[in-house]
Design a protein around this ligand. Structure first.
Ligand SMILES: CC1=C(CCC(=O)O)c2cc3nc(cc4[nH]c(cc5[nH]c(cc1n2)c(C)c5CCC(=O)O)c(CCC(=O)O)c4C)C(CCC(=O)O)=C3C
Ligand SMILES: [Fe+2]
Length: 375
């Protein structure tokens, strides 16, 4: 008999992601979606899109999500989890609203949502909750009874997220020339955000000093550093640094940028660097362009050996972690006591975002939180 796991009360899992262009003609409409409501002229969008055009107008993110969907379905099938898995995006097809409409038509009434962002932040958490609220409002306006949506907790400290990244950091170190390996620095990178957004990330009690966003990344980095030391016997100096800054130059964003950091390390005589993009679930354009293209060119110019470690992508251990989070939440919703799997010092985060968590600059309805207008 295969193991059987009840997912009650859930009747579906929704993979909720950012979306990306899949050809040159998609780039400007995709960027218009991303920057919707801000009236950015087409000329500027073409400029912003130049990273995408360098790669034939194709972002890797959709292919990564298709691979993750396949890994999730395989994992569920192998572990007696009988739950359909759907996919919807904020900025490109398959659009979230279309997917939720399809799910409602399929009779799905109670949906667990996995967002492809592991950490707290407006962009990575509340904005997805706003997208869910917008989609539910559209369904309601169409006379469709909106399903209930529950967002699974942040997984930055889940072993199924951290273990594959730890192994890829060790593999990147091993790939460096032997004479520079022991002295290599680890540069953990994540998406920069405005410092104002970082400071208000997470629950209100975590606000200030980079908020939950920075605290969660530091916690994840420490787990990886400790495991690398245990497994290689070498204490590698490390720092959390940032990448992919956008926005107006007078608005402060989290710093230092990875390229400036590489210059600083080189000036200090550091012999090599492993760049570990812990802020990203898969190889987004930010990883391919900002790290593999721009930062790698900067390192070559400096004569500094660098390696970029892998993201988790569709690693089966990550798929298993999603199953764990799903079954954990289902049990919690049934009122059962649950054991919550988490590494690091912060422990498992909340199921339901409290009021004031990762606030928007202009308040808008957000689903799947204590301030949700939906059930
Ligand atoms: C924290 C964070 C994540 C991680 C959490 C998560 O994964 O959700 C993330 C993910 C992503 N960001 C992405 C792309 C973009 N982000 C932009 C703009 C912005 N991101 C921001 C933050 C984040 N972003 C912010 C504060 C802005 C400026 C304001 C705004 O515009 O909201 C812009 C506009 C142009 C520009 O300003 O450069 C683009 C095109 C893609 C797709 C990549 C691909 O195609 O592979 C992904 C996964
Ligand atoms: Fe972004």
């Amino acid at each position: 008999m295969p193991e059987q796991h009840t997912t009650t009360p859930y009747d579906a899992l929704l993979l909720l992601s950012f979306g990306g262009p899949e050809g040159p003609d998609d780039v400007v409409p995709f960027l218009a979606n991303v920057t919707r409501g801000r009236g950015i002229p087409e000329e500027r969008l073409k400029e912003v899109g130049k990273h995408y055009f360098l790669f034939g107008g194709v972002s890797p993110i959709n292919e990564q999500n298709r691979a993750l969907l396949e890994a999730l379905r395989k994992d569920f099938a192998e572990h007696g989890v009988d739950l359909p898995v759907y996919w919807g995006n904020r900025n490109w097809a398959p659009y979230l609203t279309d997917t939720l409409r399809e799910m409602a038509a399929d009779g799905r009434r109670r949906i667990a949502v996995l967002a492809t962002s592991a950490y707290a932040s407006y962009s990575g958490c509340r904005q997805y909750r706003e997208n869910l609220a917008d989609a539910l409002a559209t369904l309601t306006a169409e006379g469709i009874e909106p399903p209930r949506v529950d967002k699974l907790r942040h997984y930055f400290n889940h072993p199924g997220f951290l273990r594959p990244m730890t192994e890829s950091v060790i593999a990147s170190l091993a790939d460096l020339p032997e004479d520079v390996r022991a002295g290599a620095h680890l540069a953990f990178t994540t998406h920069s955000v405005p410092t104002a957004a970082a400071d208000t990330s997470g629950p209100v009690e975590d606000h200030g000093d980079g908020g939950a966003y920075v605290a969660q990344h530091l916690d994840a980095a420490r787990v990886i550093v400790d495991a690398v030391r245990e497994e290689t016997g070498v204490e590698h100096p490390w720092q959390l640094v940032y990448q992919s800054r956008s926005g107006a130059p007078h608005i402060p964003w989290l710093e230092p940028d990875i390229c400036d950091h590489l210059e600083t390390l080189h000036a200090q005589g550091v012999p090599a660097v492993v760049m570990a993009p812990i802020g990203f679930v898969s190889d987004h354009m930010e990883v391919l362009y900002d790290l593999d293209t721009e930062a790698t060119a900067k390192a070559a110019e400096l004569g500094l050996p660098v390696r970029r470690s892998a993201t988790v992508g569709a690693d089966p251990r990550f798929a298993a972690a999603v199953r764990d989070l799903l079954l954990e939440r289902a049990a919690a919703e049934r009122g059962e006591s649950v054991e919550r799997c988490a590494l690091g010092a912060l422990g498992a985060g909340h199921d339901l975002c409290p009021v004031g968590c990762c606030p928007a600059r202009a308040p808008r309805p957000a689903a799947a939180g204590a301030d949700s207008p939906y059930a």
